[in-house]
Ligand binder design. Structure first.
Ligand code: GLA
Length: 369
């Protein structure tokens, strides 16, 4: 235990397994080298003082003992305040702190800047107060913070990715029991490039639509008599679809069941060193999110379609959808040409300049000083 230090927690890209985590399914994120950095020191007066280099306005000061959902000014500080609240609620003797944040994770890009903010806070406080919370425990508490303190009904993927990823690997995670496998992932070693294209678009209705999809999945699971859609095996899909009268629910089930299956196929391809085989599975995933789950948008579709037309091996939206980012997999030799086409098509459609960067496969949250 020491009185001050610096910690960082990464944003993530989800390679495959979208909208499966709140269905007890499978996901496969990896951490980006873009992080939220927290410079933190203990305070003995029980005050949590939060300051963000990126947000407007002065510091937010909150007594740890008073933290409760709905307390505080709302906005970005709800994420760290929620993480501290969740630690306290779980019985950890957490006290006050001065924390200053700086982020290189683009906000609203579908790359989990908010999970990075909560996880770095949980890690900093755990170290500052010697709380001994394990990574998995931190991730669960940060999800609780997001669900109950912030009020966003997310799954566990983003928090687990930020807390538990390991450099050079994807995290193949079973979100039911949190069992996981690290699979080496190094596109460059195979002559490939994985690129993130951030549309810099975030549609305002995204939060409400997310909750509706989740509620629809839960309704479908109830109608099918299973605890969660994860319990419908791929081979059982045709029978399950026949038993559902509602076409909207059928489409949700079709996405979740085929997406879980795609995660397993990507895991098998990576384990066999067949990285190129991942491309078409990304593209299939995008079609399923666009047509069945209906969480894509014209900006994401344009990037994904243009990338494929220009020769990418695969492309799909990543994250919750309704804006945010597309990932595309391309031969290294052709990647620049693909990106050139994508950027020209995107700006040509009047959407503004997208953010484009190569997705390096980085590690999870850690103390840096
Ligand atoms: C958001 C949520 C995650 C997950 C994805 C969709 O990122 O935070 O829990 O549901 O959307 O896969």
């Amino acid at each position: 235990m020491s009185g001050a230090g610096v910690w960082e927690a990464p944003g993530r890209v989800n390679l495959i397994g979208e909208h499966t985590d709140y269905n007890d399914g499978f996901v496969m994120p990896f951490a980006l080298p873009r992080t939220v950095v927290a410079t933190a020191a203990r305070r003995d007066d029980g005050i949590l003082r939060l300051r963000s280099a990126d947000a407007h306005g002065g510091p937010v000061e909150l007594p740890v003992a008073e933290l409760a959902p709905g307390y505080g000014p709302g906005g970005w500080s709800d994420y760290p305040a929620g993480a501290v609240w969740a630690l306290r609620e779980a019985g950890y003797p957490v006290g006050g702190a001065d924390i200053e944040y700086q982020s290189t994770v683009p906000a609203g890009a579908g790359l989990s800047s908010s999970a990075a903010l909560s996880v770095v806070t949980a890690l900093a406080l755990t170290d500052l107060y010697g709380l001994g919370a394990e990574r998995e425990r931190m991730a669960l508490l940060c999800r609780r913070a997001e669900n109950e303190y912030v009020g966003a009904p997310t799954g566990i993927m983003d928090q687990m990715a930020s807390a538990c990823c390991v450099e050079g690997h994807v995290l193949h995670l079973d979100t039911r029991d949190l069992s996981r496998r690290l699979i080496p992932f190094d596109p460059a070693a195979h002559g490939l490039r994985l690129v993130v294209v951030d549309t810099r678009v975030k549609h305002a209705h995204s939060g409400g639509e997310y909750g509706k999809r989740r509620a629809g999945c839960e309704a479908a699971a109830r109608a099918l008599g299973v605890p969660a859609l994860r319990d419908i095996a791929y081979a059982e899909l045709p029978g399950a679809l026949e038993r559902l009268p509602d076409s909207g629910l059928r489409a949700l089930v079709r996405h979740v069941v085929t997406e879980n299956h795609r995660v397993e196929r990507v895991a098998a391809a990576l384990a066999a060193g067949e990285v190129r085989a991942v491309g078409p599975l990304l593209t299939e995933g995008h079609a399923s999110l666009r047509d069945d789950f209906r969480v894509s948008c014209p900006e994401l579709d344009l990037v994904a379609e243009t990338a494929l037309t220009a020769g990418a091996l695969g492309a799909r939206m990543t994250g919750g959808g309704f804006g945010g980012s597309v990932i595309l997999l391309a031969e290294e030799s052709g990647a620049d040409a693909v990106l050139d086409r994508v950027v020209r098509a995107f700006t040509g459609a009047g959407y503004g300049e997208p953010g484009v960067f190569t997705a390096a496969v980085a590690g999870g949250a850690r103390r840096v000083a």
